[in-house]
Design a protein around this ligand. Sequence first.
Ligand SMILES: *Cc1c(COP(=O)(O)O)cnc(C)c1O
Length: 242
Amino acid sequence: MMLLIKSIKQTDMTDKLQKIMQRIADAAKLHDRDASTIRLVGASKMQTAETVRQFYQAGLKSVGENYLQEAINKQDELKDCDLQWHFIGGIQSNKTNELAQHFDWIQGVDRLKIANRLNHQRIIKTPLKVLIQLNVEDEDSKQGVSSAQAQELCLQITDMENLQLRGFMLIPKPESDFDKQRQPYSKARTLLENINQKHNLGLDTLSMGMSSDLEAAIAEGSTMVRIGTDLFGPRPSMGSAG
Ligand SMILES: *Cc1c(COP(=O)(O)O)cnc(C)c1O
């Protein structure tokens, strides 16, 4: 009986993963893009380690976590899984030491101080891949650097030997209109292209798109979508996550 329940669950996970992969493929095709250049990161905050394991077994390769301790607990339970770990949450400077050891990617670096700390604290020999969190809408209330500040921070991080700057990540304010969804992503893409042209940095990553706007993000050149709800289902309430 347990075995049966397990296999039904596994089929369900495989279906959910395939549905998202299909959405990515459809959006890529519509915009003449190669879907294999778009990485899926499962935004697994509040999901249990067991759920993540089932999606891993269904073929998910990368996960993004928002809370350090929750992530470390999951990593411990999933040691045997060859998963790539992204940190996609807000970064507090007193957490950088652990972040530097526990993750492959840190998305959302938004100030020099954080980058400096990560660079000094990264012990593992492979450089830590980082993205700068952009705030192209220049809202005071949100994290991220403005377009005007982005270039300077890019050049500063590029000089750090234990960090490998790869591009930008964005969390725009929610919009339901497709064209409105595209606007901040379009700005981010233009900025990345300009900085690459001017400074030859070879930035290759735009982490843009969540459940409700992945199509708009892919239309604007996203190379990484972070999907929670439409992949794992609704998030369980706090406390149940491993
Ligand atoms: C939770 C989260 C996501 C995924 O959001 P969904 O709408 O559930 O797909 C993506 N990015 C970040 C930074 C998140 O915190």
